[in-house]
Design a protein around this ligand. Structure first.
Ligand code: F6P
Length: 553
């Protein structure tokens, strides 16, 4: 039944295993979670997994043992394990860019050997980590001084996409572990307002800019970095010689860093086998290392590594990223779900869904397979979410009673952070009660009979009935430590990998972002100079004209 593409990989929807899942889906019909729990008194205990500090309850999913077996058979048919092993071995599985995919090497222990083109990359990874540590220690001790001799108290990371979202998200997530006497800001948007708000109350003499860009050609970052340099030199009334004490670069591109005017001695290197959205453990994490200190940073890397090893070695029955990936396939490809909600019941994880948006949607938002053939199966979902309980008072209505099926991850922690005063810490029970209540309500709903029994008038019964049967995974840990954050991110990274492998797409390129970049460069002179843009469509031309008129041009 299977049909191979030119690279010898199978089109998933042509496999026997896919057809078996489609048949199974039809047979299951609209089976309700109430029924599945009634059928198996041990379901809540059997459908759980523990990985490191993470406890996953996947009992509230529309699956049976047979579903899970069939999904694993699909993973086998698509050789997920083979592609995984090739990734860990450093093979160039990012075929459209001809690159290895080795973010896992960024958190490998120093004794590990991971070769790219015959060269072990692990020593270089650790050399950069040590260089980051030396620099961090100098900032934290006050040994590194700004141009005027003042110590650094403000750190501004300038980057976008993978060069922003990871450090910005993790800084929020690990705030209780951060040096509270330092100020951290993250600038990404080319909207001048972003840099303006980030620096307006800072003393330039105490400010360090970290320019984070894998390519060092990204227009937003280079524009903001140039403006930051001008701001600094203006404020200090200094010349170019001040740059060295206030700018460092994180990049793979030494030539462009030097061209920008940053001494390559102040550059922290990484490599083309680290994808932007997978780069947070590389030098891109420098701002976070300064924020939480090198020891905590290494704890976080160890958390990532723990899940890497789990993903690499655990049988698929017990493999958490494999399980999460397969559940997503089940809903996307066999239930027609188009989005996936990530709902952290932790204020500190407020930026986690945005981080996952890039990780997942830039990786798996593809419509041709590895061979370039259009896919005939749905690929990556829209990933979204905000922290609970806020979302409950906004969009949960649609999850509960709308017409969409939206699988969701509910993330929570048993302990509030230590530094909360007792009265605030006591609110944690209420927070977590909401998490558990939502999982329960989404899964089991409230039947019309139950509503009627409460004496609700007949005409209101349909409005107050909750169908339930909305699937969730609950992910719990004791606390949001650096290690747990690393474990969580790696869990999602590998989930995305599993799905990309099954969909037979290249999860590690992002050609879809290119066209907009090229067109923006072309349109900009039309805005500023009124230059004619050849081939500009009528709608865009009229928008440009309107913009110019509003700006008095
Ligand atoms: O435009 C998309 C992208 O290439 C992302 O993949 C990347 O994380 C981001 O831009 C930033 O790129 P860079 O780190 O090279 O500035």
């Amino acid at each position: 039944m299977s049909e191979m593409n030119a690279q010898g990989r199978t089109r998933p929807d042509r496999t026997r295993e896919w057809q078996a899942l489609a048949k199974h889906r039809a047979e299951l019909g609209e089976v309700h979670l109430r029924q599945l729990f009634a059928d198996d008194p041990r379901r809540a205990e059997r459908y759980t997994l523990t990985v490191g500090d993470l406890y996953l309850d996947y009992s509230k999913h529309l699956v049976t043992d047979e579903t899970l077996t069939l999904l694993r058979e699909l993973a086998a048919a698509m050789d997920v394990a083979g592609l995984r092993d090739a990734m860990f071995r450093g093979e160039k599985i990012n075929t459209t860019e001809g690159r290895a995919v080795l973010h896992t090497a960024l958190r490998a222990p120093e004794s590990a050997v991971v070769e790219v083109d015959g060269e072990n990359v692990v020593p270089a990874v650790h050399a950069v980590l040590r260089k980051m540590q030396v620099f961090t220690d100098r900032i934290l001790s006050g040994d590194w001084k700004g141009h005027t001799g003042k110590r650094i108290r403000n750190i501004v990371n300038i980057g976008i996409g993978g060069s922003d979202l990871g450090p910005a998200m993790a800084y929020e997530a690990l705030r209780p572990y951060t040096h509270r006497d330092l100020t951290f800001r993250f600038v990404s948007n080319v909207d001048g307002a972003d840099l303006h708000e980030a620096v307006r109350d800072l003393d330039a003499a105490e400010t360090l800019f970290i320019v984070a860009s894998k390519t060092f050609t990204t227009i937003e970052t280079i524009t903001n970095a140039t403006s930051a340099r001008n701001w600094l030199l203006d404020r200090l009334g200094a010349g170019e010689e001040a740059v060295a004490k206030h700018f460092v670069a994180l990049s793979t591109n030494a030539e462009k860093v030097a061209e920008f005017g940053i001494d390559t001695a102040n550059m922290f290197e990484f490599w083309d086998w680290v994808g932007g959205r997978y780069s947070f453990d590389s030098a891109i994490g420098l701002s976070l290392m300064i924020a939480i200190g090198p020891d905590r940073f290494r704890e976080m890397l160890a958390g990532f590594h723990l899940v890497d090893e789990h993903f690499r070695t655990a049988p698929f029955e017990e493999n958490a990223p494999v399980l999460l990936g397969l559940l997503g396939i089940w809903y996307g490809n066999f239930h027609g779900a188009q989005s996936h909600a990530v709902l952290p019941y932790s204020h500190y994880l407020s930026k986690f869904p945005a981080y996952l948006q890039q990780l997942d949607m830039e990786s798996n938002g593809k419509s041709v397979d590895r061979d370039g053939t259009p896919v005939t199966w749905q690929t990556g979902p829209v990933v979204w979410g905000t922290p609970g309980t806020n979302g409950q008072h906004a969009y949960y209505q649609l999850i509960h009673q709308g017409t969409e099926l939206i699988p969701a991850d509910l993330l929570g922690f048993a302990r509030p952070v230590e530094e909360l005063e007792p009265r605030l810490a006591a609110q944690h029970d209420l927070l977590m009660a909401n998490l558990f209540a939502q999982g329960q309500a989404l899964a089991f709903g409230k039947t019309a009979e139950e509503v009627e029994a409460e004496g609700v008038p007949a005409d209101l019964v349909p409005h107050k009935t909750f169908r339930g049967n909305h699937p969730t995974t609950t992910i719990l840990a004791n606390e949001l430590s650096p290690s747990v954050l690393g474990q969580l991110i790696a869990l999602y990274e590998h989930k995305v990998f599993v799905q990309g492998a099954i969909w037979n797409i290249d999860s590690f390129d992002q050609w879809g972002v290119e066209l907009g970049k090229v067109l923006a460069k072309r349109v900009e002179p039309a805005l500023t100079e009124g230059t004619a843009v050849p081939g500009l469509d009528a709608s865009t031309a009229s928008l440009v004209a309107r913009y110019r008129a509003a700006r008095g041009r």
